[in-house]
Ligand binder design. Structure first.
Ligand code: 6PG
Length: 478
């Protein structure tokens, strides 16, 4: 029997779906799972795809079944289990074999794993995979980081299984070591912002305009046919229109308002802060999730403080206001994506990755959770203006910001006056307002720093005088 083209360890939900996708696209795949029963169960479930699957009961058998140099996908829980699995696998591997971590790893772990294998003859790929269960099975977006040679070994298989946008595969080699997992982390940071902004708009419709879940679902379904067309808007409409099998009410009204998080959103913000890149809308989204989880504290605070004592949202023209909400969401989305891409641009320099921005936008157009036609516009903006300092100053996006930021301002103002929380929308607006203002207010901060700590400042006239006239006993550490 011909050897398998690739191997996969870990037949959990994501691993089995990825393995079935690989087999379905005509690639022979060897599979191994810690518990042998699961391997047998998986092969039984594979139906006709069984012919392309080589089930293995031992690591020796598994390694022998794969064509060298062997690419081996490890699809298990992120963190220590990956290191343990690599340790178990390592003694069985040969020169140029490639261990591929396809989980949601912290890119710093990926860098460490990549470096640890540097002189061993073995190599490592950190591969971000987005699209959930469905994506893994029928076409995910795949972000690859590793050596170019190891990418070449897996390129054909990965291209065959990736989602396609107008026939173009949503997979790319993005750079060395941690590049793939870093880009996946930023994908998730943007995903958090997209979701939070949708939730805030939902809040305005539900608590401001007092619309039912079904009515709000119709609004999102309409928006999905316009410029906001995207997977997240599509599923938002669907979840709002779904009825609870127990009781028949809209299911969203029965779901506890306490959101979980596994860490990738938080990592994106930590890395943005590490590099001094403002990613305020993403930060607001991560913080909003954390705040959502303080359900008990929020309920207690409502009893003590009450809801804000303000006039309820009053809208004279509901149709026009809903149009404004649509444009406001688009404007805020631009802010979040601009921030995500700015973080990647900084990381690209810091880690010498040379991240290809138009390609990243391209491989996010299909397969992943943030997929949308909007990403096609980003691809084109970065292709035309590769050296732009920020997405919002590319000609196409500058026009979009100018066209939509008035709506964002009206919506944020109306929500704030009505006491409705819109932290991510307001952060995006604050970002635009700060980023586009040539003369800001940090002169006062520089003066304060010099006053209490003699930290010095630069002058706008270039004069070589770097301290203020604070007087003796006041400045320089007084
Ligand atoms: C994807 C998703 C996925 C992520 C889940 C849950 O791109 O397919 O980002 O990787 O694990 O969405 O993430 P949280 O639990 O942090 O919301």
């Amino acid at each position: 029997m011909a050897q398998a083209e690739i191997g996969l360890i870990g037949l959990g939900v994501m691993g089995s779906n990825l393995a079935l996708n690989i087999a379905e696209k005509g690639n022979k795949i060897a599979v191994f799972n810690r518990t042998v029963e699961r391997t047998h169960e998986f092969v039984e479930e594979a139906g006709a795809l069984k012919d392309n699957i080589v089930p293995c009961e031992t690591i020796e058998e598994f390694v022998a079944a794969i064509r060298p140099p062997r690419p081996i996908i490890i699809m298990i829980k992120a963190g220590d289990p990956v290191d343990q699995q690599m340790e178990l696998l390592r003694p069985h591997l040969e020169k140029n074999d490639i261990m591929i971590d396809a989980g949601n790893a912290n890119f710093r772990d990926t860098m460490r794993r990549f470096d640890a294998l540097k002189d061993s003859g073995l190599t490592f790929i950190g591969m971000g995979v987005s699209g959930g269960e469905e994506g893994a099975r029928h076409g995910p977006s795949i972000m690859v980081g590793g050596t170019e040679d190891s990418w070449k070994r897996v390129e054909k298989v990965l291209t065959s299984i990736a989602a396609k946008y107008n026939g173009e595969p949503c997979v790319a080699w993005l750079g060395e070591n941690g590049a793939g997992h870093f880009v996946k982390t930023i994908h998730n940071g943007i995903e958090y912002a997209d979701m939070q902004m949708i939730a805030e708009i939902y809040g305005i419709l539900r608590d401001g305009l007092k619309m039912s879940a079904t009515e709000i679902g119709e609004v999102f379904a309409t928006w999905n046919m316009g410029r906001l067309n995207s997977y997240l808007i599509e599923i938002t409409a669907k979840v709002l229109e779904a009825a609870d099998p127990i009781g028949g009410k809209p299911i969203v009204d029965m779901i506890l308002d306490k959101a979980g998080q596994k860490g990738t959103g938080k990592w994106s913000v930590i890395e943005a802060q590490n590099m001094g890149v403002p990613a305020t809308a993403i930060e607001a989204a991560v913080a909003a999730r954390s705040l959502s989880s303080l359900k008990g504290e929020r309920e207690a605070a409502e009893k003590i403080l009450g809801l804000p004592a303000v006039a309820p949202l009053s809208v004279s023209d509901k149709t026009a206001f809903i149009k404004d909400l649509e444009s406001a969401l688009l404007a805020a989305k631009i802010g979040a994506y601009a921030q995500g891409f700015a973080v990647m641009a900084a990381a690209s320099k810091e880690f010498n990755w040379n991240l290809p921005m138009p390609t990243i936008a391209k491989i996010w157009r299909a397969g992943c959770i943030i997929r949308s036609q909007f990403l096609d516009e980003i691809t084109s903006a970065f292709t035309k203006a590769p050296d732009a300092a920020n997405l919002i100053v590319t000609p196409a996006f500058a026009d979009m910001v100018k066209e939509t930021d008035g709506s964002l301002r009206r919506v944020v103002s109306a929500a704030v006056l009505a006491g409705l929380p819109v932290p991510a929308l307001a952060s995006a607006l604050g970002y635009f307002d700060s980023y586009r203002r040539g003369r800001g207010t940090a002169n006062i901060i520089q003066a304060q720093r010099d006053f209490f700590g003699a930290h010095g400042f630069d002058r706008i006239d270039g004069t070589d005088s770097h301290h203020g006239p604070w007087g003796s006993g006041l400045g320089a550490g007084a």
